[in-house]
Write a protein of this length. Structure first.
Length: 229
């Protein structure tokens, strides 16, 4: 099930910033999570955190992180060919790997770098605490957008292994084909701004767009309860 806002379909620059996008999503999520027990908002750092913080604040829910990172190309740190999740699992885009002609050494080095990044972020932002307490929780998994969806799918697979009760993906913007692919693995996808067409960039949904560093993430997490043990 994909829940969207038809008035925002195929539009660009519909959110002022990530916090505004989170407020819009909070209104969409409220009917699902209002009065439901054992709910947690999980943000994919770093860009998903400002969105998730707005949701958690509006709905009075706990906020935590699902630390996942894409495995980037040696020559382009913005592009990825896979992802590493918080449980150490690796998910490769095999088709892209073949097309790019990446060597086994390059792939192994990329995986090692990304695992180290995930481990460092988990230690810095969550004090390396266990995800075991998520068992039986109803999770709202949040990112700032859904392009290929590869990183998000890695997070979903890792969360399934923790035996959460349900997973609802909440993203402000998504390419239609990626939303359709992701919804097969979760209970619902909430996305106010679904777009189709050959060109898609997450940033195009926002009037103001910038990178989110780890200091900003830590500041956004500070007002909430400590991360789950």
């Amino acid at each position: 099930m994909i829940i969207e806002l038809q008035e925002l379909r195929d539009r660009t620059h519909v959110f002022r910033d990530r916090s505004h996008a989170g407020e819009v999503l909070a209104g969409m999520l409220a009917p699902r999570f209002d009065r439901r027990a054992n709910v947690v908002v999980l943000a994919i750092p770093a860009g998903g955190v400002p969105v998730a913080a707005a949701i958690a604040q509006r709905l009075a829910l706990p906020l935590d992180l699902a630390v996942v990172s894409k495995i980037t190309l040696p020559w382009n740190p913005e592009a990825g060919y896979g992802a590493v999740a918080f449980d150490g699992s690796v998910h490769l885009n095999d088709r892209l790997v073949r097309e790019l002609g990446l060597s086994r050494t390059e792939i192994e080095q990329g995986i090692a770098r990304t695992r180290e990044k995930v481990k460092r972020r988990d230690a810095a932002l969550r004090a390396g605490q266990s995800y075991a307490a998520l068992r039986g929780s109803h999770v709202a998994l949040v990112d700032d957008g859904l392009a290929s969806g590869f990183t998000l799918r890695a997070a979903i697979a890792a969360l399934r292994d923790t035996a959460v009760a349900t997973i609802s993906v909440a993203v402000p913007t998504a390419h239609e084909s990626s939303a359709v692919a992701v919804v097969e693995a979760v209970d619902a996808v909430y996305c106010p701004n679904v777009r189709s067409g050959r060109r898609f960039a997450v940033a195009d949904a926002y009037e103001r767009w910038s990178d989110v560093d780890e200091r900003a993430v830590a500041a956004l997490l500070a007002p909430f309860h400590p991360p789950l043990a």
